[in-house]
Design a binder for this molecule. Structure first.
Ligand SMILES: NC(=O)c1ccc[n+]([C@@H]2O[C@H](COP(=O)([O-])OP(=O)(O)OC[C@H]3O[C@@H](n4cnc5c(N)ncnc54)[C@H](O)[C@@H]3O)[C@@H](O)[C@H]2O)c1
Length: 775
């Protein structure tokens, strides 16, 4: 291939508005052109260098890159823009068979593209040669410091951190550094909140590029470097700590890993080869005492986590934790810090993770997110792009020698095994050629199959009330895919709208063929349809070997499948809602607490109810349907069974409300309860002994539900399908035998109020008006 014919294309980045970097800058283009290379640059109004700068360097500005034999970019290229037979160089994120890019890889293979990836241009030791260096460390640290200031303000402390902007507010790293230095001067002059000293930062990793960038920023602040013994001492004796500087810990794996064998000493190479031989001490030695962690270390699943979710919860709930923020510059979701449940964007760089509830609060979910309890996380997945000019320059400097290698010795038409004239660093960075993975990357196919096996593909059946919560929870995890199927497609479509990795499907579970086809495409089925339909789903899951979850009571038919499911190695997890569900867990927790303190349980009574906030309970039910209205009705007609002072009490469905009782667990509320189905089957499951003479599970409501009789499922003539249409108010009046002339307000005043057991003068006019509005 002659030099003259070699045309290089530089793609316009289109991943998101913040991607303002380019693989090379105008100065690099100028050098390439001087070497006789024709360079075409796609125009971009977002790129950090304007088109004119490239033009002045001698490049052609054109949308059309078809003349270019090699096209370089920073981020992934959309499938429809990939051109047949070209050589592409970009960060493809395919070498770990990343699920999200496998379709793109297929397209690259299909289009006979020769793909090279910067990530695998390495030297003999495996070190990357083309990279963005310390920029992630700079930007991640500056952003975390700003976010920390924001968070501390929400916690009631104005601090100098607030006076630093996000990295993208500064044109250069030097400008950002000046701002950090100025902020440091404020710390020296005015100090940090006395109640928070020692104010400590911990950087994980010491020698990596990201860590070095982070250290450079942190060392601009007035600081004192300490080790873990000094940390423990200062935390014990805060009076010895100064508010006029921060304390910095720069740690490596050697600092928090201990050989399990008491006679062994830490050996880094041995740790890398056999991490299982080591115990992680990060939680004991550091985590609770640090104000802010800056995570800069490489991690993969074979290593222990720095801190897992259980430790985070324990630490947080102990009330001893000082941890305010985590800047996770590694951006490894559920990685070394498990609570990083997602990466963030420059638009919304932070979220608060509540270790007690597992909830995530961010600007998407809540305008007051910054005030929420928990730990702040900052984990932008493209930190270096916040310093786009310098990052481009740095990257381009490292890329230039390789572009020349591609130019001189690049005959893409030769079979890959004959492309030996490529410089070795480039030869081993070729992932695909002639429609195939090259020998070094053949493993991607196998890895992909393995990844797909372990991929969490959820099928949520039903798009009702409960599915909303299930989907909100699951869709926080970017590695999950969800399909929501419902027999009313609009329900499913509404639910998945604006959510990532979620698709809607039309399915009536009574259609066995369609149900099987959909179940087969997923590995976990969450059945949130009316309870009587679960058995059909369970049978299909058993046939196809899929796990299944429901929030419903275990029916006799479901119970019958237990042995078979276990034999097939399947989990059929039922009763995982509020009641049944959380109530069981709470019951077991309390029982364990009592028995492990040596106590015996002679009487067990539990009440559970999903009640609206008192101020929102102003309709005659005092209840709001947060789950299937039909389900609520059916539940109120179920026969119940419980044990009272050793006597078994059976209550028929139509008698349920006659057993209602006032419940005074919270004297400030008027609550009543009814027995909740067959309690007795839980005595054994709760592992209670014969000394337990009373066992009762009950459903709790605000007073009124039962008295009104509105939940009575008995058919009434005025609601029959053949009956003329009727307003809700008229239906209530008819139901209560009120005169048709009576206004709703009067109905409540004269009829409902005494029926509901309220004192006659209980409501003032304003309350009546509100109840009337609710009706
Ligand atoms: N354990 C608990 O605390 C608890 C609380 C509430 C509900 N639940 C259970 O959760 C499940 C879901 O309750 P919900 O309140 O979301 O119900 P819902 O009535 O709001 O939603 C059910 C959805 O299933 C769809 N559906 C009905 N028949 C279908 C069919 N044949 N094929 C496909 N889709 C169908 C409906 O269109 C609806 O969208 C129910 O089984 C309920 O008993 C448990």
């Amino acid at each position: 291939m002659s030099n003259k014919s070699w045309v290089l294309g530089i793609r316009r980045e289109d991943k998101n508005r913040w991607e303002r970097r380019a693989p090379v800058g105008p100065s690099h283009v100028k050098k390439l052109i001087e070497k006789g290379i024709r360079v075409i640059v796609q125009p971009s109004t977002l790129r950090t260098y304007p088109d004119t700068a490239y033009q002045q360097a001698g490049a052609e500005i054109s949308d059309d890159l078809s003349d270019a034999s090699t096209i370089i970019a920073v981020k992934e290229v959309p499938n429809d823009l990939l051109m047949d037979g070209k050589t592409y160089v970009f960060f493809s994120h395919t070498i770990k068979a990343q699920h999200k890019n496998m379709e793109m890889l297929d397209c690259i293979l299909q289009k006979n593209i020769r793909l090279l990836d910067y990530e695998v241009i390495t030297d003999d030791t495996g070190s990357r040669l083309v990279r963005f260096g310390k920029f992630a460390g700079y930007a991640g640290t500056v952003d975390t410091l700003h976010a920390l200031g924001d968070r501390l303000l929400a916690l009631g402390h104005s601090t100098p951190f607030l006076h630093l902007g996000y990295s993208y507010c500064y044109n250069t790293v030097e400008m950002a550094k000046s701002a950090v230095t100025a902020m440091g001067e404020e710390i020296s002059n005015y100090g940090l909140p006395q109640t928070m000293v020692p104010f400590t930062f911990l950087i994980t990793s010491e020698a990596g590029n990201v860590s070095r960038g982070s250290q450079e920023i942190m060392k601009l602040l007035p600081h004192k470097i300490i080790n873990h013994q000094q940390l423990q001492r200062l935390v014990k004796h805060p009076e010895e700590a100064s508010p006029y500087h921060v304390y910095l810990l720069i740690t490596t794996v050697a600092d928090w890993s201990e050989p399990k064998d008491p006679d062994a000493i830490f050996d880094k190479q041995d740790y890398y080869a056999h991490p299982e031989k080591y115990r992680n001490t990060f939680y004991e030695k550091y985590a609770p005492h640090i104000t802010c962690v800056l995570n800069c270390m490489y991690w993969d699943t074979k290593y222990p986590r720095l801190i897992d979710n259980d430790q985070m919860t324990e630490m947080y709930e102990s009330g001893q934790s000082r941890l305010v923020a985590v800047g996770d510059i590694t951006c490894d979701p559920m990685g070394s810090i498990e609570a990083l449940i997602k990466t963030t964007s420059i638009d919304q760089p932070c979220f608060v993770y509540d270790p007690s509830s597992g909830e995530v609060h961010d600007a998407h979910t809540d305008t007051n997110w910054i005030y929420k309890p928990g730990v702040l996380f900052c984990a932008v997945d493209n930190f270096p792009t916040e310093f786009p000019k310098e990052a481009t320059e740095y990257f381009g400097d490292h890329l230039m020698p390789f572009l020349e290698g591609l130019k001189i010795k690049s005959d893409v038409s030769l079979p890959f095994d004959q492309q030996n004239d490529l410089p070795p660093e480039l030869h081993k960075a070729v992932i695909t050629a002639h429609g195939e993975l090259t020998p070094n990357f053949k493993y991607i196919s196998e890895m992909r199959k393995e990844n797909e096996k372990s991929l969490k593909n959820f099928l949520i059946l039903g798009a009702g009330f409960v599915s909303i919560a299930a989907l909100s929870y699951l869709s926080r995890n970017s590695s999950y895919n969800m399909t929501v199927a419902d027999n009313v497609i609009e329900n499913a479509e509404k639910l998945v709208a604006n959510r990532k990795n979620c698709t809607a499907a039309l399915l009536d579970v009574s259609d066995t063929v369609a149900l099987e086809a959909l179940v087969a495409k997923h590995n976990i089925v969450i059945s949130l349809i009316p309870a009587h339909l679960h058995i059909k789903v369970a049978q299909v899951c058993l046939k196809l070997g899929r796990h299944m979850v429901t929030t419903s009571y275990i029916s006799a038919e479901m119970q019958e499948l237990n042995e078979e499911a276990k034999k097939a190695g399947l989990i059929f997890l039922n009763e995982t809602g509020l009641d049944p569900g959380l109530d069981h867990m709470e019951a077991k927790r309390v029982i364990k607490q009592v028995t492990s303190a040596g106590g015996k349980i002679r009487s067990f009574v539990s009440w559970c109810g999903g009640l609206p906030m008192p101020e929102a309970s102003m309709n005659p039910f005092g209840y709001k349907f947060s789950w299937s209205p039909r389900g609520v009705l059916v539940a109120s007609t179920q026969p119940a069974k419980y044990i009272q002072e050793s006597h078994v009490r059976d209550v028929s469905g139509d008698n349920l409300f006659s057993r209602r009782q006032q419940v005074s667990i919270f004297p400030g509320f008027s609550l009543e309860g009814i027995p909740n189905r067959d309690s007795t089957k839980y005595i054994e499951q709760y592992e209670l002994g014969p000394e337990c003479k009373t066992f009762f599970r009950g459903t709790l409501r605000y007073t009124g539900v039962a008295q009104l009789g509105l939940l009575d499922p008995k058919p009434v003539s005025w609601l029959a399908e053949s009956a003329p249409s009727i307003t809700w108010n008229d239906a209530v009046r008819k139901h209560l035998n009120a005169r048709a002339t009576l206004s709703t307000g009067k109905t409540i005043q004269h009829i409902l109020r005494p029926q509901m057991g309220y004192p006659d003068k209980g409501f003032d006019d304003d309350q009546i008006r509100k109840i009337k509005d609710a009706l």
